[in-house]
Design a protein around this ligand. Structure first.
Ligand SMILES: Cc1cc2nc3c(=O)[nH]c(=O)nc-3n(C[C@H](O)[C@H](O)[C@H](O)COP(=O)(O)O)c2cc1C
Length: 203
């Protein structure tokens, strides 16, 4: 998709289930040499705490524990900090990934009803024509969810649902997580090595 892979990536973690995807994603981006910007929504804090079984409580502590678990460094922005640099097209990252992306955040970006920094960064990515990858996780999807996702795709976002493939024969839950994250990494223009490419079924 990109001529050259991004060097600065904003990762928004919203309150959909899928904290292991977010964890693996920041690790993979850091390993690819990216400078990371991280913003976790209020609901995202609850999900990280619960799904990663973090003992930390509160936004700052949970975000710090998440980064420590991942073993990566990031510039951290609060979800209500609408004056943060990435909120402006004049100091914008090279690419944005919202992973996992709640259907609430999908709808806010599609409708332009910015309430958080993650919504704003999604909105700016679209207006500035910067790569925006959203990783929605919800099931079943209503017609409303599907319409909003279509609007995002029509506006230029890559809608990359958290739907692991099984053709790479995952042996563990981590392999399945890696499949989704590998697709995100590839969508950003990196060579991904998190799962083996399809070989025509010859393995
Ligand atoms: C443990 C937990 C799991 C959730 N899982 C999902 C989910 O998979 N998908 C989703 O769209 N919302 C999910 N939600 C609901 C969202 O967190 C909620 O709609 C919230 O308002 C989203 O706000 P945000 O997009 O600003 O993070 C979950 C909430 C909790 C507490």
């Amino acid at each position: 998709m990109n001529a050259s892979p991004p060097s600065t990536v904003f990762v928004g973690v919203s309150g959909a289930s899928g904290a292991p995807y977010a964890l693996r994603l920041v690790q993979a981006l850091a390993a690819a040499g990216c400078e990371l910007q991280l913003c976790v929504s209020d609901a995202g804090v609850l999900v990280l705490e619960h799904e990663l079984e973090l003992s930390a409580q509160g936004r700052d502590a949970v975000t710090a524990a998440f980064l420590e678990r991942a073993g990566v460094a990031a510039e951290v922005y609060a979800a209500d900090d609408l004056a943060a640099p990435p909120a402006s097209g004049s100091s914008f990252p090279d690419a944005v990934v919202i992973c996992p992306c709640s259907v609430s955040t999908v709808a806010h970006i599609a409708l332009g009803t910015t309430r958080t920094l993650i919504h704003r960064v999604g909105d700016v990515a679209l207006k500035e024509r910067r790569p925006l990858v959203v990783v929605p996780r919800e099931t079943p999807l209503t017609q409303i969810h599907l319409r909003r996702l279509l609007e995002l795709a029509e506006a230029g976002a890559i809608v990359l649902p958290a739907m692991p493939g099984f053709y790479s024969r995952p042996q563990s839950l981590q392999d399945a997580v890696d499949h989704v994250v590998g697709k995100v990494i590839a969508a950003l223009g990196f060579a991904q090595t998190l799962f083996p490419p399809w070989d025509g079924g010859r393995r």
